[in-house]
Each structure stands twice: as structure tokens, then as C-alpha cells.
Design a protein. Structure first.
Lengths: 244, 589
């Protein structure tokens, strides 16, 4: 999420080393005062629609449709596809989440008990790439050449339900792990701050009545059981203030 | 090749709560102090200002502030018959990293543990007899009493500006406080937090059930506060981004808000970050530490000689460092011999979630990590255990810590996980659902311990720590008993529907439960059954002192940070007032 920061940190470390101290090690050394430098807060990179970075157009269309079935549109509330879950996931998958950079990925890999948690060497990026290909192959073979976006809503729901239950029969495909990852990531996209590309127009926050990142709710606490009247605000403001 | 640096008086391993407190106390005593921290430097204005801190995806889901398992993790198994496998992604608990440690991203629930906790073995035998002790238990008293620690608890509370209402002032019970707490010399430094609606409903319901509810003690500030080091905190704004987040508002006690501004002004102090200590170095006879070795960001190893070594890493990693350094005898679960790794314990969690219907608005987003109501009637030995078939207990509490919507979207049992019905249920229940939880004690057991893994290694090639742990029947009974009571409370609060939350089956490292890992380097009065004496001093290497929850012989039904902080002040006092005058073992063996 913040790869550039490491470089700046190391630069700072070496600067501090030269200026402040005589300790020769490549540690960051703090002495005498709290270190501070401007713009050190490293905000997240704002995701805006544009060229896909991880998915190809077919993959993105399939993910968008899956998100729209998992979180359907109803009344005035947009669905997961409408709200940008595919864009969100596209950008997540080119970051440290996609290749499990922060996780312990040393072998040997073994099949553990359920209590031992994640033990797979397959990263999210690989699971999406190979999983979407397996789903596309399955759909073409079983639905007269149609791919996932060309299926009816009922057909899409049935296939997702089968994946959830582990009964999809899709070849070369671990359907349950794929479905669990997809469901978690779509929910993340729908409810995360809009800066990450999903939750467009704060659809997820409006659905539940979450006001976002206002950071001061003393007035709300003082009026128990009353509806919150304000509109949600994200890290970049809100759509009505949009500066882009 | 390891290169040697100029010697210092004190080297501190880990710059979180205990490392920063002890470093400052040592520097104020006139000693030269070098603190070495595995992770980065972190501060409020640079790392978690209000403009970037409230980001659920980044901090709560992707775990930006925590130790990254790629750098260091541990392996896990439920019992000796299994092969431990690495924890590749954090779940059950979330170890901190970097300056401030887990003190950056805690909720701030700050308790004194009960007098019973410190003498839980002898007190259980005295009241119920030897037969009341659970099978395979390794229960042992701490070697220190609540009364001895009272002044140190007081210091940590006044360091942090803890918000609360006293229940026992010098032996006199106070209305509205916790009547089960040990006697305190003076009131909390600041008044209780304002309460969310769910907490006030729990308070009323608990009182109606004959229990004794009180405000949970809080390191989120109810008012501005200046501590005795001159560090100032501002009032909490109930933003709902406490646990897993740094506070951008200077409203949560942390090393950053309470200690570091004073610490860095000490001329005799220096911090080195992004530097991983790999070993405590010993003299050839193994009886004296000569300093530590650490590896910097370039992968180069450095030796930092020191007269005193303070191990202030997180509980798990302090134990690992002892094992990697061959300090003390590793615990063997087959023979029951050895000390390092012994009595690893965890906590029992669970509770009840109540669905109240659309007319109720809890506004769960208006919250703080510690603003809530607790009940201590079923904790420790506050009730007669004669008929219940277990020892220990749990605190009950309603502390609605957040309404962040990726993680907090409760729907009634039976709701589909996706689709139109899921969406409608999510819309209907987000604002009208709340929970009451338990936090329960766990005793030491023969088969629950820590050692080094024979297979898996960290990025530097050193063996990972291995955890062997499962909940025992005593704790499962206690959990059921206390979770039953959260269900009673939730019905008394008027919920239309109540869901019971109980972990059944073997302990799993997947769902988040609690970052309250304890034991493995426990304190006690006997060097054959403990790692450290009552002054947190290694029995084996007397110029090594330990800090943190690794010292706890058992885990209580309360959050550990109050006791962690108290022991840091206690040990610092012992070093300053006893050890420096006569360096050597403070308790004869």
C-alpha cells in the first residue's frame, strides 16, 4: 500500500545517521528531539478509474458481475459492481495484498488443521488469475459458449452458490477458498473508504448509516437513540466536494 | 561479521510501553540508555494524524501497523501430537511492531488485576481444597502481592490519566465503582468516560439482575490531562477508531502521548529503530549478560555491550529471545522440568449479541475503545465456586468499540451471507445491534507452552517460536457459565433476538479473539519453576530484567496492560533502589 515510504524511511535513516550521530550501523537513530519532517503522513494513493492494472477487460467484467450478484442493487442503493468493487480489487491486487508481501510465505507448505489457518502458497493475485480463467472455461463449456457476464442473474447466483458450497465441479479450481476470498474482498470494496476505488458515492456507508471519518462524535453521544443526520465523509471529502 | 559498538549502561530491547517507561526511569537515574527497536519510529503527527488514521481497510483489515509475519511470526499447534505450522497471517492475536508497540493500537482498557490473581493457587487451595485444582494445572502464585504492586499501579494510572471511578479507596467501598477491586490509595486521575447508549442499557440491566456495574477504566481521555512527565493528552472525541489504529487526537494513552516526548529529551538516551535484536550475549560462564547483538537494515550485525539488559519485547518475542540466547532452562512438557516457555496462557472470549429492531439506534460509530460498563461479579473468586466445577472467572462488559462497517455488520442468525436478503438485513440491523462480551481467565497447564520450532525460521534464519496451546475443560466450563450470564443481560436489555457467541472445538488461530498472550517467562519465588524473581530479574543471569506479560504465571479475566505497566515501574524501582546499590541477585537462591 505504501511502498514509497520504505525508500523515504531509509533516506531519513541515512540522513539522521550522517547529521546526528556517530553510530555507524544502518539503524535509524533518534536522539535529543522527536523527529519530524513535512508530509510524512504518507496518505494512501487515491484510486481513480482508468486503465486496469491487474485484470484484463474480461476478468474485470466478470468480477464486476460477481460483485453485483453478491451485493445486488435495490431501490436507491447501488450494487457491488455499480459501487466499483472491481476497480477496488484491481488496485488491491497490484499492491502488497496481491502477492502476500507482508505474510510469512516460507516453506515447507503443509496441509494443516483448520485451527492452523492459512497454509497455502497461492497468493491472492494467482488465485484470482487462475480462478477466473477456470470459471471462464467452465462457463463456456457448460453454458453454450457464454462466459460469466453473459449468464442470466439466476444462473450467476446458482454458480456462486455452488462455489460457496464447494459443489461447483469447476475443473482445476479450489472453489471454496476462491469464493471466501471473493466475498471478503467484495465486502471490503463496498465498505472501505472510497479513496480505494470502491464504495462509490459512499454507497456502502449510506446503506448502513455509517458517517465515515468525522472523527468527533461527542454530539452524537450526547443525543442517544437519535438518528444521525449528517452525510458521510471520507478521507478525500465527499462527492459533493469533489475536486477531481 | 559482528562489529562491536561503544558500551552503554543499559540496553533496552523493544521500545513499546515497558521499554519506554523503563528507559526513561533509567535515564532519569543517570544511566546511559540505548533502546533497540525491531520496527520503525512512529509518532502521532507523522504516522497517524487524523487525516489518515481513520482508515479501516488499511489498519484493521490489511494490518498496516502490526508486525508483518514476513519479518517474524511463530508456529502453532493445539497439542504435542501435532506438527506445528507457521501463522502465515495474523488472526487470533495481533502483535505490535515499531516504536510504541501494541501501545499504539490498543483500546485502552486499563485494569488493576485482583488480589486473588496473584495468589490464585494458594487462595484456591485455602478456600476449596487441593481437589479443586484442575487436572494437569501448573497454577502457581506470582511471588508478589497486589499490596506490593499498588503504588506501581498508581504510577501507571497517573502516567496514562486513566478515566474511572474508584470502587475501593483504602478499604472503604465507594458507590458506583468496582466493589471487587483491591484497595487503592487514591481515586483515578480523571472521571469516567461518557457512555454510549448500549452501555447505559447494560448498566441498568446488570443492576436489575443484582450485579454491580461500573465504568470500565479507560486510557481514552474523558478530559484533558497532563501527566507527571509533563506530557499532555486531549479529550477523546469518540471517533470509533481505537483498536488497531493509532489515535490522531492525542486522546489515547500510549508511549507516544505519555512517555516519548520526555524520553527523547534525556541527553543520555538514544533509540535505534529498524534494528532486530537476535541475541543476548553472555559471559563465558553464562552467568552475566555482556550486551546484545542486533541486525540493522543493511543486514549487518552489531554488538551493543551493556551492563544491564532490559527485555521489553512483546510477550512472545521476549520468550523467544531467552531461548535463542540460552538464558534459563527450556521447559519440557514431558518431564515438567525447565522454566523458559512454561505456563503460556491466553484468554476465554465470547458473549452475546442482541438484535433490537429498527426503532433502536445505538449509533455504534460514536465510540471509544474503553467507553463502556463492566461487571466483575463473576471474575476471579468473587463468587462461591463450590458448585460450579471450575476455578477462575471472567469480567462481563458492554464496550461498543466501533461501528466500522467492514468488520461490524451484524445480521441475525440464519441470514444468508450475500444477496438481496443479506443486504436488507444489513441495512436493518447495523444501527440496532449490540454485544456484551466476556474476558475470562486461563490457568497454566502442563501441555500449554512455548519453545523453538524445529523446522521454520525467520527472515534472518533464526528458529521461529512454537506455540502449543488449547483450551482446557476448566476454562470451557468457566466460559459457558459466564457467557450464559451475558445472554441473561442481553435479554434484560430488551433484545428481540439473542445470538450466543462461543468458541467451541479446539482453539483456533484464525478468528480474532484477544492480543492478551501471557506467560513463558514467568515470575515466582522458586528458580526451578520460574524464570524471574519478584523483581522481574532473571534467576539465571541477574543483569537481565524482564518486562511484560511474559512474566504472568496465569492470565486473568481482565486486560493485561495495567499490570504490564505496573510491573515496569516496579522493576525500574528495584533496579534503581536495589540493584544499582548492590549489583547481583536481588533474591538469594
Amino acid at each position: 500500500m505504501n511502498a514509497p515510504r520504505c525508500n523515504r524511511r531509509h533516506l531519513l535513516a541515512s540522513t539522521a545517521l550522517l547529521v546526528l550521530v556517530d553510530t555507524p550501523s544502518h539503524s535509524r537513530v533518534i536522539r535529543g528531539a522527536l523527529p519530524w519532517s513535512p508530509n510524512e503522513a504518507y496518505p494512501p494513493e487515491r484510486v481513480l478509474p482508468g486503465v486496469w492494472r491487474f485484470f484484463n477487460a474480461d476478468e474485470a467484467a466478470a468480477i464486476g458481475d460477481m460483485a453485483q450478484r453478491l451485493i445486488p442493487a435495490d431501490g436507491a442503493s447501488p450494487g457491488g459492481g455499480d459501487a466499483g468493487c472491481a476497480l477496488f480489487l484491481d488496485r488491491q491486487l497490484v499492491g502488497p495484498f496481491g502477492d502476500s508481501t507482508w505474510l510469512y510465505m516460507q516453506g515447507p507448505f503443509a496441509v494443516g488443521t483448520p485451527q492452523q489457518g492459512l497454509q497455502s502458497p497461492i497468493t491472492p493475485a494467482v488465485r484470482y488469475r487462475t480462478g477466473l480463467a477456470a470459471i471462464a472455461t467452465h462457463c463456456r463449456a457448460n453454458f453454450a459458449g457464454r462466459t460469466f457476464p453473459a449468464l442470466t442473474g439466476a444462473e450467476q447466483d446458482a454458480l456462486l452458490s455452488d462455489m460457496e458450497a464447494g459443489t461447483s465441479g469447476i475443473a482445476d479450481f479450489e472453489d471454496k477458498p476462491f469464493f471466501e476470498m471473493l466475498l471478503a474482498n467484495v465486502m471490503e470494496g463496498y465498505f472501505a473508504d472510497p479513496v480505494y476505488g470502491g464504495n462509490r458515492d459512499m454507497a456502502g456507508w449510506k446503506l448502513v448509516g455509517f458517517p465515515g471519518v468525522r472523527y468527533d462524535y461527542r454530539d452524537v453521544l450526547a443525543r442517544p437513540n437519535e438518528a444521525y443526520a449528517g452525510l458521510p465523509v471520507g478521507l478525500t471529502g465527499r462527492p459533493a466536494w469533489d475536486r477531481s | 561479521m559482528t562489529r562491536r559498538l561503544p558500551a552503554t549502561d543499559v540496553v533496552v530491547v523493544g521500545l513499546g510501553w515497558t521499554g519506554s517507561i523503563m528507559a526513561l526511569e533509567m535515564a532519569r537515574a543517570g544511566l546511559r540508555v540505548v533502546a533497540i527497536e525491531r520496527g520503525p519510529w512512529r509518532d502521532t503527527s507523522t504516522d497517524f494524524p487524523t487525516t489518515t488514521a481513520p482508515d479501516e481497510l488499511r489498519y484493521a483489515i490489511r494490518q498496516d501497523l502490526f508486525l508483518r509475519p514476513a519479518q517474524e511470526t511463530l508456529t502453532f499447534r493445539n497439542n504435542l501430537g501435532q506438527t506445528a505450522l507457521p501463522i502465515r497471517r495474523w488472526g487470533s492475536f495481533l502483535p505490535g511492531n515499531g516504536v510504541g508497540g501494541a501501545g499504539v493500537h490498543w483500546n485502552g482498557q486499563t485494569w488493576r488485576w485482583h488480589p486473588w490473581d496473584f495468589t490464585h493457587r494458594s487462595a484456591t487451595i485455602a478456600r476449596y481444597g487441593q481437589a479443586a485444582l484442575p487436572a494437569d494445572n501448573m497454577m502457581q502464585d506470582w511471588g508478589i502481592t497486589y499490596d506490593e504492586l499498588e503504588a506501581s499501579y498508581d504510577r501507571f494510572e497517573y502516567l496514562c490519566g486513566i478515566a474511572g471511578r474508584a470502587g475501593n479507596l483504602g478499604g472503604e467501598l465507594q458507590p458506583g465503582g468496582n466493589p471487587f477491586e483491591g484497595p487503592r490509595a487514591r481515586p483515578f486521575p480523571t472521571p469516567p468516560m461518557n457512555m454510549p447508549l448500549a452501555a447505559t442499557m447494560f448498566e441498568t440491566a446488570a443492576a436489575g439482575l443484582g450485579w454491580k456495574p461500573f465504568p470500565s477504566p479507560s486510557a481514552n481521555m474523558s478530559t484533558a490531562y497532563t501527566n507527571f512527565y509533563g506530557c499532555r493528552l486531549g479529550p477523546c472525541t469518540y471517533c470509533g477508531f481505537c483498536e488497531r489504529f493509532g489515535c490522531g487526537n492525542f486522546s489515547k494513552a500510549s508511549p507516544q502521548t505519555c512517555v516519548l516526548p520526555a524520553l527523547v529529551r534525556q541527553r543520555a538516551f538514544e533509540a535505534r529503530t529498524d534494528s532486530q535484536v537476535t541475541k543476548v550475549n553472555l559471559s563465558t560462564d553464562g552467568k552475566r549478560a555482556t550486551g546484545v547483538t542486533y541486525v540493522d537494515t543493511a543486514g549487518e550485525a552489531w554488538e551493543q555491550p551493556a551492563d544491564i539488559v532490559l527485555l521489553c519485547a512483546y510477550q512472545l518475542f521476549n520468550v523467544r529471545l531467552l531461548l535463542l540466547s540460552s538464558i534459563g532452562k527450556p521447559y519440557d512438557p514431558v518431564t515438567g522440568q525447565g522454566t523458559v516457555g512454561r505456563n503460556y496462557a491466553y484468554q476465554v472470549t465470547g458473549g452475546a449479541t442482541g438484535f433490537f429492531g429498527r426503532e433502536r439506534r445505538f449509533n455504534p460509530f460514536a465510540a471509544a475503545g474503553s467507553a463502556g460498563i463492566a461487571v466483575d461479579d463473576f471474575n476471579a473468586d468473587h463468587f462461591d465456586h463450590t458448585q460450579v466445577g471450575f476455578v477462575g472467572g471472567a469480567s462481563l462488559s458492554c464496550i461498543p468499540t466501533s461501528g466500522r462497517p467492514i468488520g461490524n455488520r451484524p445480521v441475525p442468525p440464519g441470514t444468508p451471507r450475500w444477496g438481496a436478503a443479506w443486504k436488507q438485513a444489513t441495512r436493518d440491523n447495523y444501527n440496532s445491534t449490540t454485544s456484551v462480551g466476556i474476558q475470562g481467565s486461563v490457568m497454566g497447564y502442563r501441555g500449554c507452552y512455548l519453545d523453538l520450532d524445529p523446522t521454520y525460521r525467520d527472515a534472518l534464519g533464526q528458529p521461529l517460536l512454537r506455540m502449543t496451546f488449547d483450551f482446557q475443560e476448566n476454562e470451557r466450563k468457566m466460559g459457558r457459565y459466564c457467557i450464559d450470564r451475558t445472554e441473561h443481560a442481553m435479554r434484560a436489555m430488551g433484545a428481540n433476538q439473542v445470538r450466543r457467541n462461543e468458541h467451541t472445538g479446539p482453539y483456533s488461530i484464525t478468528p480474532y479473539q484477544s492480543t492478551h498472550n501471557t506467560g513463558g517467562a514467568i515470575m515466582g519465588d522458586n528458580p526451578t519453576t520460574s524464570v524471574a524473581n519478584k523483581y522481574c530479574q532473571s534467576w539465571d543471569v541477574p543483569n537481565v530484567f524482564l518486562a511484560g506479560a511474559c512474566l504472568f504465571p496465569m492470565n486473568a479475566g481482565l486486560n493485561p496492560t495495567g499490570t504490564v505497566g505496573a510491573l515496569a515501574f516496579w522493576a525500574a524501582d528495584a533496579i534503581r533502589e536495589r540493584y544499582l546499590k548492590a549489583p547481583g541477585a536481588l533474591v538469594p537462591t
